[in-house]
Each structure stands twice: as structure tokens, then as C-alpha cells.
Ligand binder design. Structure first.
Ligand code: FES
Length: 161
């Protein structure tokens, strides 16, 4: 008797969901969840880490004690400034081989990457660097010097001021 009564459905019982409908609902739910996770992931994407690079023009006050032939390298810059009896000039310290920053050596500069050597005026004395270190534009202004790292000048172009 009890077995028979359990098979009889009441009108109040909810309509059973057919298997095909259940799978369709489950796949739609899974697709919705995937889209929700994708949306959350997109919102959490890191913002572009664009860091402003320092200006390629900067002003330098040369120390009065700067001896002729001695380099003055401003902090945070890859430029060496020199002063002699003919004027002031600036040389880029970016190696013309593959772009390493050359270091001061006993005579001029030496590249730590592949061993190129340069004189104090940038001339290559040992490769593999193909060309001299470029001279940069220097403009005197109110007792200081404005160096433009984006503008090269012919080797030997010195300014007074
Ligand atoms: S980068 Fe300077 S010698 Fe290669």
C-alpha cells in the first residue's frame, strides 16, 4: 500500500524537470559562471605600468673644482661633462656597440659588457664598439649648462659660458 502511494503524484508536487532541460539549464549556468569569472578577471587586470622617463634635457652646474680632462657625471644620467680651456662639452656614456653604460677608466671610458675602450673625447681605442661615443648638445644658461641627450653635435663642438 505504501509502495503504491509513493508512485502516485499529487497535483501539488512540482513538475519534474526532464533530463534534457536540466542539462540545458546546467550548461547555461556554467556558461554564465564562466562569463562572470572572465569579467571579474578583466576588472582585476593590472593597469599599464607606464613610468615617465626623465626628461632628456637637464641642467647641470659644473663644480668650480672640475679639472680639465676630468669627467663630471650628473647623478642618474648617462652623460659625462668636461671642461677645458676651450669650453665645455658633453659625451653620451651609452656604448655604441650594444648600449651598455660605459664606466670611467684610467684613461677615458671602458664598457663593462664587451670591453670597448674610449678616450675622454669618446674616440674608440678598442672595439667592438663601431663608432665613437656621441657628443651631445650643450647650451650655456645663467652659469649652468643645459644638456640635450636627444641632440648630438660634431665631435669637438665645445661651448663657453
Ligand atoms: S655594449 Fe659596449 S662593448 Fe658591447
Amino acid at each position: 500500500m505504501s509502495e503504491t502511494s509513493s508512485l502516485v503524484r499529487s497535483r501539488l508536487d512540482p513538475e519534474p524537470v526532464p533530463r534534457r532541460d536540466f542539462l540545458g539549464l546546467a550548461s547555461m549556468g556554467a556558461a554564465g559562471a564562466a562569463m562572470l569569472f572572465a569579467l571579474v578577471g578583466m576588472l582585476r587586470l593590472p593597469k599599464a605600468a607606464v613610468v615617465a622617463s626623465p626628461s632628456k634635457k637637464f641642467t647641470v652646474q659644473l663644480p668650480d673644482s672640475l679639472a680639465p680632462g676630468k669627467a663630471h657625471i650628473p647623478a642618474g644620467r648617462s652623460v659625462a661633462l668636461f671642461r677645458d680651456e676651450k669650453g665645455v662639452y658633453a659625451i653620451s656614456l651609452v656604448c655604441t656597440h650594444l648600449g651598455c653604460i660605459v664606466k670611467e677608466a684610467a684613461e677615458g671610458f671602458e664598457c663593462p659588457c664587451h670591453g670597448s675602450k674610449f678616450t675622454a673625447d669618446g674616440t674608440v681605442t678598442k672595439g667592438p664598439a663601431p663608432t665613437a661615443l656621441p657628443w651631445l648638445k650643450v647650451t650655456p644658461r645663467d652659469g649652468e649648462f643645459v644638456v640635450d641627450e636627444d641632440t648630438t653635435v660634431p665631435q669637438g663642438a665645445k661651448v663657453t659660458g
